[in-house]
Ligand binder design. Structure first.
Ligand code: SAM
Length: 240
């Protein structure tokens, strides 16, 4: 096979993402709390509140990593529901599975790429992806895949960094490019991964672009909520 420039770049991004999450898996939860000052817990709680998930629901957590969302969903769906924790990265997923297990939940886990989900059409009531879409190579195909596995009436929730309120931008940039890599170096001796984090946030689509990407993928009634002045946004879309 012949690989062009674009394929090489894509392969490099995928490799980089794999390296980053192999490297951060062990200290991932601690770093989330430190870097966001605990705010990621509120953003995730808001996501759960908008999920419509209740007893008996079937939920798919894409790029679920160490399982924060899955854990909250498991507490909601009860014995009659289902929560699948999935991620492309084995180190993150193993950590997630162990964590859920320690909390007393045995739940199905699958290592898979969001672009090729091993689930049938029209299966889940709710699909979530938190801080995962940013790392994906083909966001359009991932969004289409996530829509495919939703049942008609089901919803997709995308929680991701977004465009911060303009007046806050200089402070935010300083924090993400200067402070965060240093915290990474200090706490886990890994400056590069946390520099990647800042860069990937910078190039990620803003609120309105993300909304049209979801519409392009066939999701309907798409709306979004800005969280912490646009540091994050939660996008919500339905399949009909
Ligand atoms: N959802 C978790 C959370 O909010 O704490 C973990 C988010 S973590 C920042 C991003 C995750 O996306 C990583 O675990 C990474 O392995 C995963 N990921 C990256 N590319 C992926 C892909 N193409 N398919 C599935 N997961 C992917």
């Amino acid at each position: 096979t012949h690989f062009g420039y674009e394929q090489v770049q894509e392969a490099e991004k995928a490799r980089r993402v794999a390296d980053v999450f192999d490297s951060v898996a062990q200290r991932y939860d601690l770093m989330n709390d430190v870097m966001s000052g605990g705010l990621h817990r509120l953003w995730k709680a808001f996501t759960i509140a908008k999920s419509g998930v209740r007893e008996g629901s079937r939920v798919l957590d894409v790029a679920g990593g160490t399982g924060d969302l899955s854990l909250a969903f498991l507490k909601r769906v009860g014995k009659s529901g289902q929560v699948w924790l999935t991620d492309i990265n084995n180190a993150m997923l193993t950590r997630g599975r162990d964590r859920l297990c320690d909390k007393g939940f045995i739940t199905p886990v699958a290592q898979c790429d969001a672009e090729k989900l091993p689930f049938p059409d029209d299966y889940f009531d709710c699909v979530t992806v938190a801080f995962g879409l940013r790392n994906m190579t083909h966001k359009d195909s991932a969004l289409k895949e996530m829509r495919r596995v939703l049942r008609p009436g089901g919803r997709l929730l995308v929680l991701e960094f977004s465009q911060v309120w303009k007046p806050l931008a200089p402070v935010y940039d300083f924090y993400s490019f200067n402070v965060i890599p240093r915290i990474g170096q200090l706490l886990v001796k890994d400056e590069a991964s946390y520099r990647y984090l800042a860069e990937s946030i910078r190039v990620h689509p803003d609120q309105e672009t993300m909304k049209s990407m979801m519409e392009q993928a066939g999701l309907e009634r798409v709306d979004y909520f800005n969280l912490s002045l646009g540091v994050c946004a939660l996008h919500r879309g339905f399949k009909f």
